[in-house]
Write a protein that binds this ligand. Structure first.
Ligand code: ADP
Length: 951
């Protein structure tokens, strides 16, 4: 920057001496001044142009150009030139006009050099001040016009005085155009009032400044949002009033964004409101659902209660009907009475099984079908079950086979009663819907862990089969797919629905494969907890049978394989033959080769040489007569025991043979042989009955029951089963009896006067009275069959639960669970008659053998036969008349079966011929046989009536 000392000074005077004087004088004061001299105005202008002096000192009066004109011309060359005029004439007007024309100082002659120097310094400072002013103004101007914020300066009347480029850009007008408008011209009418109010406060000094968002119109009348910052500013334009400075930031986008957000917010709020509404509706729905659920629960409770009551109310009188019928059967009756009673018994039993089915189904519906979890022996359960259907199978001439694979564990935890129910249903159906061929129950091990065993069960028959389209409905309740034959087969159509649910509860599912006329296979898997790690030889705890070799002589491969399985399980070695000749030669060979056979299992109906003949042959050959023999017959087709014993059979067992019985028989036979060897008498022939009788010691049972009828009924049952019974009429009496005497088991009614069964059980279990065996097994007996009743009993400390009405078998199996095995039939005394009156039309002996010599039953069978067959013959005749081959077949089949039951073989043959004619739809053929049928029956009838009236 130029320093104060380097000032360039031009001195102009037509008197050169004055020029020198000024130059010298100034340089004396400040040697760094550059002082130029000029003697005329023109010369001075040249120096101004070339040297650009800072200060011009000029004499006013000069000949060619006066000092004022020179200053005016010089200022055109150099705008910031400072000028001082010197004059000898102190005319005031001149001085004033000089100062007006931009002269900074006016000095009179004679010159005082100090005063002149002061004027030079002051001019210099003034020049520097102006220079600074100019530069700051330029700076301000630049900031103002180039600012990124739009700026307007307007006067209190609103007239725009100045605005910057940014505002031009914002509103689209030129600067000049804007400066011809009012600020109000650009503000949106809706915002103007408020803006003016604030502006007024500003002008009245009530506010320093204000900020406001206002809307402006641009040149195209678009609305722009700006954020205005407004303040009062100095009167820079010297207008005599303050100015207003307005700075604007374009916030249109922000406002749009805000608006969008606002709209979004509105939408959001709407959605929130909608959600609220939906929530409220949902809350209402949930309230409603809860209410419905509560109602449903109440309804369910009512349903359960109703079921419990129904179960109680129906079972109690049924108990009386069935029980009393049972007792009445054992009294002296006329034939007619016995016949009627038998009808009552049959109807009662089928009504009870119907009620049980319906109750089970209701339990399923109410989700109350619960399984027990108790230790049971799978083999025994299955074998017992097979026994139940074996008679029906035999009567229909169907081979019933039961194969339990050796690796299937026996000791399991689960509900044997329910498993039995399913098996009876499946086996019962299989037998029911099979007219010839076989039914096979096959049990295999599907999966096994240390704790669990999954058992695969299949029941296969060669019966009428089920059409593919019917299979999907099969497990629905009340479904019977052979509708035409419903009368023939009976049933409720509930069995499979119940079985499926039971198996589902056991973790499996029943499925079926079937083909019309080929047969059906029902199968399922069920998972059980294992009771303990399986041992291979579960029953062989006394005598080691592993060294024994047993020969199986049976013509049927299925039975041979079943017996092999059993022997594998027991742990014996075994050989197989299919006929009598082979059996004989193998036994003889074994002796000669010194690889002895220790025992022979002989089927009664062995081919070539039958079982009896084979037995006799073995016993008549001294080289092999020592080998023990077991005779195996079909169930219900027992041979003459004494005859078998006379021949020398050591035991006889019925098919399907149970593993437990076979094992016990082998044990007895081989241990008896050891005793025999020591010289004692040979034992009697071993039967299922002899084994169970020997095994069961007499047990003492306390029966606690208030109803006299029930007390009597149960006592009779229990006595017949071989137990010693004492009774008590209420809980209190029971406790006092238990304190005096040891009982092996207590049968306890629940609802009783004085003290109920639950209370009594709690007292017994508490151990308060040390004379009472507080661990005595207690079985509850009640007519309430719902699961909660069972829970109450078990919670009170009872061991088990039996619901009324129960069949003697149910009671027995419950008791056996705690006291061991005993067979009811061994205790029943029957009038037996084995003396046979030979007849060519039927075989009385065969019938009596089948029914264990029970003459009462024999008479009933014959009576039923005499009664039913004429009606069936009538039905066949009617069917012939109506040309209905299906009914011809059906009734001829029934007669055939009945005839076979009493071994009336001639009648059976004629009925068979008619059945075949029916199957071939040959009505003529059937009609041609009717006479023979009637004649044969008449002959038979005469003889049978004779027999019945003789009895
Ligand atoms: P029901 O008491 O009528 O036998 P189920 O539920 O046990 O009731 O059986 C339903 C129906 O399924 C039977 O009526 C029969 O039509 C059919 N069915 C069941 N098992 C067999 C089978 N082994 N062979 C042919 N049909 C069968």
């Amino acid at each position: 920057m130029q320093s104060k000392n380097n000032i360039k000074i031009l001195v102009v005077d037509d008197e050169t001496r004055i020029c020198h004087f000024v130059q010298k004088g100034l340089q004396l004061i400040n040697p760094s001044y550059h002082v130029f001299q000029a003697a005329s105005g023109l010369a001075a202008l040249d120096i101004v142009r070339n040297e650009m002096p800072d200060i011009l000192i000029a004499d006013i009066c000069m000949p060619d150009m006066d000092g004022i004109s020179l200053i005016e011309k010089s200022l055109k060359i150099k705008k910031d030139l400072q000028s001082i005029v010197i004059t000898g004439d102190a005319n005031l007007d001149n001085a004033i006009s000089a100062l007006h024309k931009g002269v900074s100082h006016y000095i009179k002659k004679p010159l005082d050099i100090d005063r002149l120097n002061n004027a030079v310094q002051s001019s210099w400072e003034h020049r520097m001040f102006l220079k600074e002013l100019h530069s700051s103004e330029a700076c301000f101007r630049s900031i103002f016009s180039n600012s990124s914020v739009s700026a307007i300066i307007y006067d209190p009347n609103g007239k725009i005085l100045k605005c910057n480029k940014m505002l031009e850009k914002l509103l689209g007008y030129s600067n000049e155009a804007l400066c011809q408008t009012q600020i109000a011209d650009h503000i949106h009418t809706e915002d103007i009032i408020l803006y003016k109010e604030l502006e007024q406060k500003l002008l009245n000094n009530l506010l320093d400044h204000f900020r406001k968002d206002v809307r402006l119109h641009d040149i195209s009348n678009n609305i722009l949002w700006v954020h205005a910052s407004v303040s009062i500013m100095d009167d820079i334009f010297d207008l005599g009033h303050p100015l207003i400075n307005m700075q604007l930031i374009d916030i249109t986008q922000r406002k749009h964004a805000e608006n969008e957000t606002k709209q979004l917010n509105v939408q959001l709020q709407r959605q929130i409101d909608q959600m609220d509404r939906i929530n409220r509706q949902m809350e209402n729905a949930v309230d409603f659902a809860n209410k419905v659920a509560i109602d449903a629960e109440i309804a369910n409770k009512f349903k359960s209660k109703f079921l419990a009551n129904m179960s109680h109310d129906i079972r109690t009188p049924m108990n009386g009907v069935i029980g009393m019928t049972h007792l009445l059967m054992g009294t002296e009756l006329t034939d007619e009475q016995r016949e009627y009673l038998n009808m009552i018994r049959i109807s009662g039993n089928s009504l009870l099984s119907l009620i049980n089915d319906i109750l089970d189904f209701s339990r399923i519906e109410a989700d109350q079908l619960l399984l027990e979890n108790q230790r049971f022996n799978l083999r025994m359960t299955v074998e017992d079950t097979v026994d139940i259907v074996a008679l029906d199978a035999y009567e229909k001439g169907i081979d019933l086979t039961c194969i339990i694979e050796p690796n299937v564990p026996s000791e399991l935890m689960g509900d044997p009663g329910r498993l039995r129910q399913v098996l009876i249903n499946l086996l019962g159906n299989a037998v029911k819907f099979t007219d010839q061929g076989e039914v096979t129950l096959h049990i295999q091990l599907e999966k096994e862990t240390n704790e669990l065993a999954t058992i695969y069960v299949s029941v296969k028959d060669s019966g009428i089969g089920i059409h593919e389209s019917e299979i999907k409905n099969l497990f629905k309740p009340f479904t019977q797919v052979h509708k035409k034959n419903t009368a023939k087969y009976g049933g409720t159509g509930l069995g499979l629905a119940i079985s499926r649910r039971i198996i589902q509860l056991m973790g499996g599912n029943i499925k079926v494969k079937s083909q019309i006329d080929q047969g059906s296979k029902f199968f399922f898997s069920a998972t059980f907890d294992k009771y303990r790690p399986r041992k291979k030889q579960e029953f062989s705890d006394t005598l080691d049978l592993s060294e024994k070799t047993i020969l199986i002589a049976d013509s049927q491969p299925a039975y041979r394989s079943m017996l092999s399985n059993l022997l594998d399980n027991i742990g014996c070695k075994h050989l197989e033959v299919s006929d009598g000749h082979s059996a004989l030669s193998m036994i003889k060979d074994s002796v000669s080769t010194n690889q002895p056979i220790d025992l022979v299992l002989i089927d009664m109906h062995l081919s070539k040489i039958d079982g009896i003949k084979l037995g006799k042959m073995i016993k008549s050959d001294p080289t092999i007569s020592h080998i023990p023999m077991i005779m195996i017959t079909f169930v219900g087709q027992r041979g003459d025991i004494s005859m078998l014993q006379d021949i020398g059979f050591a035991a006889y067992l019925s098919k399907p043979v149970k593993q437990s019985l076979l094992q016990k028989s082998l044990q007895k036979i081989f241990s008896a042989k050891r005793v025999e060897a020591k010289g004692s008498e040979p034992n009697n022939i071993i039967t299922k009955f002899s084994i169970s009788e020997e095994e069961t010691p007499k047990s003492h049972i306390l029966l606690v029951e208030d109803s006299e009828m029930n007390k009597r009924l149960a006592s009779v049952y229990l006595n017949k089963m071989g137990y010693q019974v004492e009774t008590a009429s209420d809980g209190k009496e029971a406790i006092s009896k238990l304190a005096k005497k040891r009982f092996d088991l207590v049968l306890m009614d629940i609802q009783m006067p004085v003290m109920n069964g639950i209370e009594a059980t709690k007292i017994i279990r508490s151990g308060q009275d040390q004379n009472i065996d507080h661990k005595v097994p207690i079985i509850a007996i009640t007519a309430n069959a719902m699961s909660q009743d069972r829970k109450i009993c078990l919670n009170a400390g009872m061991n088990d639960y039996l619901s009324k009405p129960f069949k003697p078998e149910d009671l027995q199996s419950k008791i056996e669970k705690y006291l061991g095995n005993i067979n009811v039939k061994t205790k029943q005394k029957r009038k037996t008659d084995r003396s046979s009156i030979p007849s060519k039309y039927y075989d009385k002996k065969a019938i009596l053998d089948r029914i264990d010599g029970d003459t009462d039953l024999f008479r009933q069978l014959i009576k039923l036969f005499i009664q039913e067959v004429p009606n069936q013959i009538r039905q066949i005749k009617l069917a012939i008349k109506e040309k209905d081959p299906e009914r011809i077949t059906l009734f001829a089949h029934t007669i055939k079966g009945s005839a076979y039951n009493i071994r009336a073989m001639e009648l059976k043959q004629v009925a068979f011929d008619i059945e075949q004619a029916g199957k071939l739809s040959d009505i003529h053929l059937a009609a041609s046989k009717i006479e023979a049928l009637e004649n044969t029956f008449d002959k038979l009838n005469t003889e049978l009536r004779q027999v019945v009236s003789d009895e």
